[in-house]
Design a protein. Structure first.
Length: 175
C-alpha cells in the first residue's frame, strides 16, 4: 500500500523515510493530509482512484508514532463498513504489498483531497467530539456527487459506489 503524505503529515512523523512510488495501480494509493478546522487537527485519508474519504479528528498523539498501523486499521475498518468480508480485506492487503510512505501522487491524485478539505467547513456542524472517526462527515464526503481526476471517463460519480465497485472488481480479477 502506498500512502502519499502531504508536507503537513510529513512534519508530524519523526525519522520519516519517503520512498519512490512502486506501483502504477492507483487502487493501492491512499493520500493522507492533515489540516485544521475550528482549531482542531483533522486527518483526511483519500483513495484517489475513487475519491472515497475518511475524516478523523480528536487525534491521539500516539498515531504519529504508529501511523502505518493507524492507516492500515482505518482502511480495514472502511472496507468492513462497506460490506467486504475479513477474507476480502486480507486479500486486498496481500495484493497491495508492503506499506510505504511516498510524497503525494501528484495534483490529479490529490485533487479530491483538496476538495474534501475545503468542504469540511460546510459540514463541520456534524463534528463528533466523542470519536476520532467523524462518521457523519465521512458519510457526507462519500455521498457527494463528484468528478474523479484519475477517471476522466466518468462525468459524475458517488465516491462510495466507485470505491466499492473498484475493490470488488480488483478482488474478482485476482481470483
Amino acid at each position: 500500500m502506498e500512502y502519499g503524505l502531504t508536507t503537513n503529515v510529513q512534519k508530524k512523523i519523526k525519522e520519516l523515510e519517503l520512498s519512490k512510488s512502486q506501483t502504477d495501480d492507483y487502487r493501492f494509493w491512499w493520500e493522507v493530509n492533515l489540516t485544521k478546522v475550528e482549531n482542531r487537527n483533522v486527518l483526511i485519508i483519500v483513495h484517489p482512484s475513487s475519491r472515497y474519504s475518511m475524516i478523523y479528528s480528536n487525534l491521539k498523539p500516539s498515531i504519529w508514532k504508529n501511523l502505518d498501523v493507524f492507516l492500515t486499521g482505518a482502511i480495514k475498518d472502511a472496507l468492513l463498513r462497506e460490506g467486504f468480508s475479513e477474507s476480502d480485506v486480507k486479500r486486498y492487503f496481500e495484493m497491495s504489498g508492503d506499506n510505504i510512505y511516498t510524497k503525494t501522487h501528484g495534483k490529479v491524485a490529490i485533487g479530491g483531497m483538496n476538495h474534501i478539505a475545503s468542504m469540511l467547513w460546510c459540514v463541520w456542524h456534524y463534528y463528533d467530539s466523542e470519536n476520532m472517526l467523524q462518521e457523519h462527515i465521512t458519510y457526507c464526503a462519500n455521498k457527494e456527487l463528484s468528478t474523479v481526476g484519475l477517471h476522466p471517463e466518468y462525468n459524475y460519480i458517488y465516491p462510495k459506489e466507485l470505491f466499492v465497485n473498484e475493490i470488488k472488481t480488483l478482488l474478482q480479477s485476482k481470483e
